[in-house]
Design a binder for this molecule. Structure first.
Ligand code: NAP
Length: 253
């Protein structure tokens, strides 16, 4: 049994790889930072391989797809991703395109190709990592990031229903966590003003729920409550509230 995890060099991806290895899966670890991947590989209990890939790069995404097919993986976890803080008016377009490539295009391409392979094999799990951001109407000051996560959530749910009607053993899940203590903030240029969860808790929770065929996975009681309550708030007011939370996230130098 084999799993491929993107963004396995750090945070949730690293902890999902460690947990999957603990329960018996061989792992293919994907990310750009080789040294960090070697550190993760050393922590694993099962045979594992490192695949260096920049998911901003189409050829590297093809390389990952080829590896999924060659190894006939049983689990694909599309976890690699990052955010970028700032007003849309001022933010760097090239960085945003990179974010769309990693958070959306790579996820889309990997999901499509691996789904075809799993459908033929009549089995497998695809877990896409979105965010609680993907369940909200928009995210002022992190607008592109929220939009990418909405895409991942929407795509995965659409595929879940299409696939369910085909009566096969491929399973789709989307992980929508709130704040987690990882390297995400350093990359995004933010700091959390809400209580964050530990990434090893989220990783284990997500994998366990994936195996139970849960479609939308939201770790943490408070995050679940918040997401439930926001449904009763009108969109304009909700956007104001989100803005006021995000504005405090800007890094104070
Ligand atoms: N932390 C949170 O609060 C939070 C909440 C909700 C959802 N999420 C989502 O959870 C996922 C994992 O994030 P994290 O919190 O664990 O952050 P993290 O610690 O920064 O990990 C991000 C991972 O993505 C990889 N990555 C980034 N750009 C890449 C690229 N161009 N090509 C290949 N890999 C790339 C990084 O590896 P390299 O740098 O080595 O390439 C790293 O392994 C992301 O999709 C994020 O949006 C995070």
């Amino acid at each position: 049994m084999k799993a491929l995890v993107t963004g396995a060099s750090s945070g949730i991806g690293r902890d999902m790889a460690i947990y999957l290895s603990k329960i018996g899966y061989d792992i293919i670890l994907v990310a750009r930072n080789e040294d960090k991947l070697i550190d993760v590989k050393e922590k694993l209990d099962t045979p594992s391989d490192i695949l260096i890939a920049d998911l901003n790069n189409k050829d590297d995404v093809d390389k990952v797809i080829d590896r999924c097919k060659k190894d006939k993986i049983d689990i694909l976890i599309n976890n690699a991703g990052f955010g970028l803080y700032g007003s849309f008016y001022e933010s760097d377009l090239d960085k945003e395109i990179e974010m769309i490539n990693v958070n959306v295009i790579a996820v889309h391409r990997l999901t499509k190709e691996v789904y075809k392979m799993m459908k033929e094999a009549n089995g497998g799990y695809i877990l896409n990592v979105a965010s609680s951001a993907g369940l909200l109407p928009g995210g002022p000051l992190l607008s592109t990031y929220y939009a990418t996560k909405s895409y991942v959530r929407s795509l995965t749910l659409g595929l879940y229903e299409e696939n369910r009607r085909n009566l096969n053993n491929v399973h789709f899940s989307v992980l929508c966590p709130g704040p987690i203590n990882t390297n995400f903030n350093n990359v995004a240029g933010t700091s959390f003003n809400l209580k964050s969860m530990s990434s090893d808790f989220v990783a284990k929770y997500a994998v366990d729920k994936m195996f139970k065929n849960k479609v939308v996975i939201v770790p943490g009681f408070m995050v679940k409550c918040g997401l439930f309550l926001q449904r009763f708030i009108c969109v304009k007011l909700l956007l104001k509230i989100i803005y006021n939370i995000q504005v405090k996230k800007g890094r104070k130098n």
